[in-house]
Design a protein around this ligand. Structure first.
Ligand code: PEP
Length: 258
């Protein structure tokens, strides 16, 4: 009943201009096709830079690809005097299905607060985009043993005042900051510990059905060589992949995770 289709997502960060982006999505689609990838077994999503989205849309729609895509960020506002920001409304018009909210690089480099993330989650939902909310502790909290408390606090803060009805389809990505782009991978048991804690918290906030239906991903130096053990954990429903998503063959292998 609670079908949590595994989700493998690639965050390209600030890599790939639009022509490189087209080439990457094309190669990914071919590789998955050759491997007879079953998209009902694992949904495949890419998060290119804003400037690539129109090109990715043309390719995906033109070739009828089953790969989905989204943006790495959005504004909490819909339109107006917000120079440099991008509205969820525009992203929805470009066929985006998902949008990342609160990636640790946004939280650290752009000082995004839980409150702003909450407003961005709300903006995403307002425009029919599925928010992929990123949470996760730094090395300091991990070493102090406060990682669960810290991450749940972020989760609560980034969802504050939002109701279950507004959050249908929400995806949560647990990304320990110390494991992002460092080659350090949290062990499968660490990913499971946090995913279970997040699910328990979602149950407290929104009830058991919501918690059981919500996909929780792990992110942090995921590769084809470690994805299987992470995906074997009962509360981990997918992976958010940075560096390894820039290589079509490697990312296709991750999407097949067996
Ligand atoms: C990320 O940025 O979301 C990420 C998980 O990066 P990497 O896979 O490179 O650690």
């Amino acid at each position: 009943v609670f079908d949590r289709t595994p989700l493998i997502a690639g965050n390209w960060k600030m890599n790939m201009d639009h022509s490189q982006g087209i080439a990457l999505v094309q190669k990914l689609a071919w590789t998955l096709k050759d491997a007879k990838h079953d998209y009902s077994r694992a949904e495949v999503v890419v998060f290119p830079p804003f400037t690539d989205l129109r090109s990715v849309q043309s390719l995906v729609e033109g070739d009828g690809l089953q790969i989905k895509y989204g943006a790495q960020d959005l504004s909490d506002q819909d339109k107006g005097a917000y120079t440099g920001d991008v509205s969820g409304e525009f992203l929805a018009k470009l066929g985006c299905s998902y949008v990342l909210v609160g990636h640790s690089e946004r939280r650290l480099i752009h000082h995004e607060s839980d409150e702003l993330c909450r407003d961005k989650v709300r903006a995403a939902v307002r425009h029919g985009l599925i928010p992929m909310l990123c949470v996760g502790e730094g090395l300091e909290e991990r070493q102090a043993g406060n990682h669960v408390q810290y991450t749940l606090e972020q989760l609560r803060g980034s969802l504050a005042d939002l109701g279950a009805g507004e959050l249908e389809g929400l995806v949560v990505a647990y990304e320990p900051v110390w494991a992002i782009g460092t080659g350090e991978v949290a062990g499968p048991e660490d990913a499971q510990e946090m995913a279970a804690a997040i699910r328990a918290e979602l149950e407290k906030l929104y009830g058991a059905d919501f918690a059981r239906a919500t996909r929780i991903l792990y992110g942090g130096s995921v590769k084809s060589s470690n994805v299987a053990s992470i995906m074997a954990e009962p509360d981990v429903d997918g992976a958010l992949v940075g560096g390894a998503s820039l290589d079509a063959e490697e990312f296709a292998k991750i999407a097949r995770f067996v």
